[in-house]
Ligand binder design. Structure first.
Ligand SMILES: Cc1cc2nc3c(=O)[nH]c(=O)nc-3n(C[C@H](O)[C@H](O)[C@H](O)COP(=O)(O)OP(=O)(O)OC[C@H]3O[C@@H](n4cnc5c(N)ncnc54)[C@H](O)[C@@H]3O)c2cc1C
Length: 354
C-alpha cells in the first residue's frame, strides 16, 4: 500500500476536476486528480448517443484551451466534448490517476487521508468534483414499484434501438426528458408524463444564441446561488423542434400516472393502458458517498454542506461543479472554470497560512 503526500486531492476527472487542477497549478499548488473510470473525460462518454451540447462551441470552453473548430456557433456532439476533455487533461501538467476510485476521506492532523480502492494518500486539502451522474434521482412515483414492465433511468438510456415498437412513457419535464421522448417518438409511441406543463426557453433570441444574452447581461456569472434554497428547474432549451413535436403529439404529454397494475399504467383520468417501458428522466443528485464518514461534510439528504463551494463544516474541503454552486453557469463547461479559480484561490490562501 503506497502513501503519497500531495497538496490537493481532486476527486473526479471530469471538466470540474480538470478545471480545478488547472486553477491549482496556476497558484503553484500540486494537485493529484483521482478518476474512477479509465479516462479523464468525466461522464460525457456515458451520455446518450445523439447528445449535442445546448451551448454553442463558443460558450463551451474551459480556462486555457478554447473548444476547437472553426464554426464557433455550432452545437458540438458529445464525442467532441470527450475528445476536448481528453486533450485538455493531456495538456495539464498534473498527475491524473485513472482507474482510481476514492472510497473514503478522513481528517488527520495535517489535513486528510484519502482512501482509495487499492491504497490511500494524504492531502492537505480535498476538492470533491465527482459530479452527479453516479447518483440518478429516482423519485417515489405512484405505482412505480408495482409496474411490471421495464424501468430505466435516463442515465442508462443510450439510443432508441432497444425500445423500438414498444409503448414508452418518459417521466420528467427537463431537457433530457423532452429530448429523449422526442427521439423515441420517431420510432415508437411515446408519452411524456409530467407533474405540470413543460416550460421552454428559446435557444435563439433576437438572432443570437441565448448564451450570448445570459453572458452579455451578467446573468451567467451573477452570484445568485447562495440566495436559492435549492436549484430551480431549468426550462427546456428549444430551437422550435421540441415544441413542434409536442404540438404534433409525438410525444404527447399527460399528467403523471396515478398508479400501475402489472404492465398497465393508470392515468389520472382513470384510463388503464399497457406500457412496455418507463424512462425516468428525473435528474441527478451530488454523488459523494466517499464523504459519508466525514463529520459535517454532508446533510441528511447526502447533499454537500457548503457556501459557494467551500464546505461549511470541514475546513480544507471544497466542492466544484455543483448545480448553482455560485451561479447559473456553475455546472457548465463555460462556467465551471470561474468557480474552480475561486476555490483554488481560497485553498491556496488557507494552505499558505498553515
Ligand atoms: C445529458 C446532459 C447534457 C448536458 N449538456 C450540457 C451542455 O450542453 N453544456 C454544458 O456546459 N453543460 C452540459 N451539461 C452539464 C455538465 O456540463 C455535465 O453534466 C458535466 O459532465 C459535469 O461535469 P463534472 O466534471 O462536474 O461531472 P462529471 O462529468 O460527472 O465527472 C465526474 C467524474 O468523477 C468521477 N468520479 C465519481 N465518483 C468518483 C470517485 N469516488 N472517485 C474517483 N472518481 C469519481 C466520475 O467517473 C466522472 O469522471 C449536461 C449534463 C447532462 C447530464
Amino acid at each position: 500500500m503506497e502513501y503519497v503526500d500531495v497538496d490537493v486531492a481532486v476527486i473526479g476527472g471530469g471538466q470540474s476536476g480538470l478545471a480545478t487542477a488547472h486553477a491549482l497549478l496556476r497558484r503553484g499548488l500540486r494537485p493529484v486528480v483521482l478518476e474512477a473510470s479509465d479516462r479523464a473525460a468525466g461522464s460525457w462518454p456515458r451520455y446518450y448517443d445523439s447528445l449535442t451540447l445546448f451551448s454553442p462551441a463558443r460558450y463551451s470552453s474551459l480556462p486555457g484551451m478554447p473548444f476547437p473548430g472553426a464554426d464557433r456557433a455550432r452545437y458540438p456532439h458529445r464525442d467532441e466534448v470527450v475528445a476536448y476533455l481528453t486533450a485538455y487533461s493531456g495538456r495539464l501538467d498534473a498527475e491524473i490517476r485513472t482507474g482510481c476510485r476514492v472510497t473514503g476521506v478522513h481528517r488527520t492532523d495535517g489535513g486528510f487521508e484519502v482512501e482509495l480502492e487499492d491504497g490511500r494518500l494524504s492531502a492537505r486539502a480535498v476538492v470533491a468534483a465527482s459530479g452527479t451522474f453516479g447518483r440518478p434521482h429516482r423519485p417515489a412515483l405512484p405505482g412505480l414499484e408495482a409496474f411490471a414492465g421495464r424501468v430505466v433511468h435516463a442515465a442508462d438510456y443510450h439510443s432508441p434501438a432497444s425500445f423500438s415498437g414498444g409503448r414508452v412513457v418518459v417521466v420528467g419535464a427537463g431537457n433530457s426528458a423532452v429530448q429523449i421522448a422526442a427521439e423515441l417518438a420517431e420510432t415508437t409511441r411515446v408519452t411524456l408524463a409530467t407533474r405540470g406543463p413543460v416550460k421552454f426557453a428559446a435557444q435563439r433570441v433576437l438572432g443570437r444564441d441565448l448564451h450570448f444574452w445570459t453572458v452579455r447581461t451578467g446573468l451567467d456569472a451573477a452570484p445568485l446561488g447562495r440566495l436559492l434554497p435549492r436549484p430551480p428547474a431549468q426550462p427546456v432549451l428549444d430551437d422550435g423542434r421540441y415544441r413542434a413535436a409536442l404540438a404534433a403529439g409525438q410525444p404527447d404529454r399527460r399528467p403523471l400516472f396515478d398508479g400501475a397494475d402489472g404492465t398497465k399504467l393508470v392515468w389520472s383520468d382513470g384510463q388503464r393502458e399497457e406500457a412496455d417501458a418507463i424512462v425516468l428522466a428525473t435528474g441527478y443528485r451530488p454523488d459523494l458517498p466517499y464523504l459519508a464518514g466525514l463529520d459535517g461534510a454532508l446533510d441528511a439528504d447526502r447533499n454537500p454542506r457548503h457556501r459557494e463551494g467551500l464546505a461549511t463544516g470541514v475546513p480544507g474541503l471544497a466542492f466544484v461543479g455543483l448545480e448553482w454552486q455560485r451561479s447559473l453557469s456553475s455546472n457548465s463547461l463555460r462556467g465551471v472554470g470561474r468557480d474552480a479559480e475561486r476555490i483554488a484561490r481560497r485553498l491556496a490562501a488557507r494552505l499558505a497560512r498553515r
